[in-house]
Write a protein that binds this ligand. Structure first.
Ligand code: ZN
Length: 442
């Protein structure tokens, strides 16, 4: 090789090093990259992996209800000025505030559209936000939701509360609201399966549980959801069948189990439901964020209490989705997604966090396991002002802008190319979640 050739080789190596070396600060081009990326990201049709679409007067939007106390985070208060922007974008709201007579205009507009459009009402909301399809995590599906656009995720917690729940409901005022609703849910499953009273044998109870999962799947259910951290700790021990069976036999016809007995029984049932989720290809969704009310226990509800379940090789064929990404521990929790069958969902985080904070969280997730993260809104009819419609809007707007900003920084800092960035955006907003359901959603 002559001198010129050697020089060229050296230059090539140097320039490839210069390109490959990531920088700690974004360049002056970051705003321009963001402006260019955002419309591309807005074009990506979304699959919403976690949401509670429905109207405020519909008790089936969740299997639980809001407890009496607790604080509302700043952004979810009716005073949030973004709600005016949401109402303008979704309903052509002509005012700039929610004075009582203006709010009345919005309520009437929604009622009129609801009556005129039927199933198309929520389809139109999805269309406005470019959501192709979304999960409806609800107690039961509603006839006003279009099954072509909404995939049902049903609740599986209630199988853990079949006994006399007097002690459970008396623990605090929040449980006094939650536990009777779990009893109601269990009775609905029993009615659905033609079971008039609890089977005498534990094997019969487990068969009833399995049959319910299978029938819910036949009715279109794509996953089973747990909000169990509202009712007890996420630490699940591993009791043998005989122990659970003895507790079942002791209390199936009456009597109040001790707290320890009830927990042991629930530990067994939870693991049974996780195992069945693997067998039936029914992914397991688990609420893993902090929660509402005065009595949600942050230590007991901490996502890391689930690690023994998530990393148990016996459940390697179960797909786990960590709903709300373990928030406010989402930065640590992404490391649970190192397990091949564990996925993270971003819902709720972008309702609580503003875009600037969400940008930092998404950037860290994208830099860690970008193929294991999925998007959800956690839309919910909180009240008349912040309905499912407005929370869809906040979730989608926050995420698209935060995602564009995170990726713009990553491009500007030399971490990824623009084509790769757009590929990551498609994965997060749509492809990663859709791939978990074997063609049942798109
Ligand atoms: Zn939710």
């Amino acid at each position: 090789m002559n001198l010129l050739g050697q020089t060229l080789v050296c230059l090539c190596i140097l320039s490839s090093i210069a390109v490959a070396q990531a920088r700690p600060l974004p360049g002056s081009d970051v705003a321009q990259i963001y402006q260019h990326l955002l419309p591309e990201i807005e074009k990506i049709p979304i699959f919403d992996h976690h949401a509670h679409p429905g109207f405020y007067d519909d008790p089936d939007v969740d299997a639980m209800a809001a407890p009496p106390g607790g604080s509302t985070v700043l952004r979810e208060r009716a005073s949030n000025p973004e709600l005016v922007a949401a109402a303008k974008a979704l309903f052509g709201y002509p005012y700039d505030d929610f004075s009582p007579e203006h709010a009345k205009w919005l309520a009437e507009k929604k009622a009129e559209l609801r009556k005129a459009q039927g199933q198309a009402y929520f389809d139109n909301i999805l269309d406005k936000l470019n959501i192709e399809q979304g999960v409806a995590n609800r107690a039961m599906m509603a006839d006003y939701l279009d099954p072509k656009r909404f995939a049902w995720v049903f609740f599986a917690d209630s199988f853990m509360w079949p006994f006399n729940n007097r002690r459970e409901a008396a623990r605090n005022p929040d449980e006094a609201v939650y536990i009777p609703l779990q009893e109601k849910m269990l009775h609905r499953w029993m009615r659905q399966e033609g079971v008039s009273k609890l089977p005498a044998a534990f094997s019969g109870y487990l068969k009833f549980v399995t049959r319910t999962l299978e029938d819910n799947q036949k009715k279109g259910g794509i996953a089973e959801k747990f909000e169990v951290s509202y009712f007890r700790s996420l630490t699940f021990a591993d009791p043998p069948l005989a122990k659970a069976e003895a507790i079942y036999r002791k209390y199936v016809t009456g009597g109040v189990p001790s707290e320890a007995e009830y927990r042991t029984f629930q530990d067994y049932i939870f693991r049974y439901l996780v195992r069945e989720g693997g067998r039936l290809h029914l992914p397991v969704h688990i609420h893993t964020a902090g929660g509402i009310g005065d009595y949600f226990n942050m230590m007991e509800g901490n996502i890391f209490n689930l690690e023994n379940i998530l990393r148990d090789p016996r459940y390697s064929s179960t797909t786990f989705v960590m709903i709300h990404g373990g928030y406010p521990y989402e930065r640590q929790a992404i490391w649970l997604a190192s397990a091949k069958n564990v996925y993270m969902d971003s819902s709720l985080m972008e309702m609580v966090m503003y875009p600037a904070a969400m940008k930092d969280t998404l950037k860290q997730w994208l830099e860690t396991f970008p193929d294991k993260i999925t998007f959800g809104t956690d839309c919910f009819p909180y009240n008349e002002a912040l309905g499912a419609e407005e929370s869809y809007w906040i979730g989608v707007q926050t995420t698209r802008t935060a995602l564009a900003a995170a990726l713009a920084e990553m491009i500007s800092e030399g971490e990824v190319s623009e084509p790769i960035a757009l590929q990551l955006a498609h994965g997060f907003l749509h492809d990663n979640a859709v791939a978990l359901y074997g063609g049942k959603v798109h």
